[in-house]
Design a protein around this ligand. Structure first.
Ligand code: UDP
Length: 349
């Protein structure tokens, strides 16, 4: 089978490509990101890297025409983007899914859409089932633009489902593992990792009581693949994650322990890291019954083992960065808002 993966050179996309290649399929990876995470596949004749954007409709149509199954994983992701360039988040994410669905409908291709646990916002009633409420803050808080952009994508998927298209929506819960972003970038695991590698204090936001359910990449990828392959998944929404809840303080302690060494833990106010256009989520826990019963996937890799593998990978790979002089390694400055089009940051599109 030919499988199209947008964001195919990214963290999840590269692992998903590996999964399908290992099982004899042909993979088309569409991505504007560098080929650093897929270099090991570039010589494979069943792997095709298209360094372009899903906003380029001509290229996209050509790919949709030849692929039976489409994974739309490409998006602008990461809290740093939500607070620094909300325009880009909304523009790329909302227009991207429409391009995919329009073409998939024309060629009758199944679409698996990567959504996010962010769609539940800060609903305090955990664990969240797929049909639970979305509880979000004001539109003045930029953090919510990502949640909204993905929820719009979900609505489009459900609207196309009514028009006969096979769609599946996956809401990922803090997936981590080898190839995650880069140290210091993106998510809490890689931020802590950068600090550990440089021997700096680990910056825990607030008092560290806020929780997340960290999902190891291998488990998330198995569920993602099954969502594309199983007919029973068509038309459904799935939480993809684990129901094991971990506080940020606990994460910092486990990472320090697994990494080895004497790193200090420093508690920092939220504003110091993100400025005013951010709001943290206190608890984030999925109900994963549907993932287990319909997709047949039960998470296997626990936090300590997953972190051990992740840290090992970063230590051995290009993810490692050189230590910086101590005075430059001080706490991060708050992010500054930029005007539309001003961003030079590379997004995973
Ligand atoms: N966080 C932290 N220290 C940091 C960066 C993040 O304690 O240096 C916390 C953040 O406040 C949040 C959690 O880690 O509660 C997860 O943040 P992340 O950016 O990974 O994404 P989120 O799960 O909020 O989408």
């Amino acid at each position: 089978m030919n499988v199209l993966i947008t964001g195919g050179a990214g963290f999840l996309g590269s692992h998903l490509g590996d999964w399908f290649l290992q099982r004899g399929h042909t993979v088309y990876a569409l991505d504007i990101a560098s080929d650093a995470k897929i270099r090991h596949n570039l010589e494979n004749t069943r792997f095709h890297f298209i360094p372009d954007s899903f906003l380029n409709v001509d290229i996209l149509e050509n790919l949709v025409a030849k692929c039976e199954l489409i994974y739309h994983l490409g998006a602008v992701v990461g809290v740093e983007h939500y607070v620094s360039d909300p325009y880009k988040v909304l523009n790329v994410n909302v227009n991207g899914i429409q391009n995919i669905l329009r073409l998939a409908h024309r060629y009758d291709r199944k679409v698996v859409f990567s959504s996010t646990s962010e769609v539940y916002g800060r609903n305090p009633k955990v664990p969240w089932k797929e049909d639970d409420d979305r509880v979000l803050g004001s539109t003045r808080i930029d953090r919510w633009c990502y949640s909204t952009s993905k929820a719009v994508g979900e609505h489009f998927c459900l609207a196309y489902k009514k028009m006969g298209l096979r769609t599946v929506i996956l809401r990922y819960f803090n997936v981590y593992g080898p190839r995650l972003d880069a140290v210091d970038k993106g998510r809490v695991v890689t931020i802590f990792l950068g600090q550990l590698l440089r021997g700096q204090p680990i910056t825990v936001v607030g008092n560290g009581s806020q929780t997340r359910s960290f999902t190891y990449s291998e488990d998330a990828i198995e569920a993602t693949a099954q969502a594309g392959l199983r007919k029973e998944a068509d038309g459904e929404i799935f939480n993809i994650g684990t129901d094991v809840e971990t506080s940020m303080l606990e994460l910092a302690n486990v990472m320090r322990d697994v990494f080895g060494g004497p790193a200090k833990i420093e508690f920092v106010p939220q504003q110091k890291i993100y400025g005013n256009s951010y709001e943290d989520i206190q608890r984030r826990v999925p109900d994963v019954t549907r993932m287990k019963t319909i997709l047949g996937v039960t998470p296997k890799v626990g936090l300590r083992e997953g972190l051990r593998r992740t840290i090992e990978w970063f230590k051995e790979s290009e993810g490692w960065i050189e230590p910086k002089p101590a005075k430059k390694a001080a706490a991060k400055k708050p992010m500054v808002k930029k005007a539309p089009f001003a961003s030079t940051k590379k997004a995973k599109v």
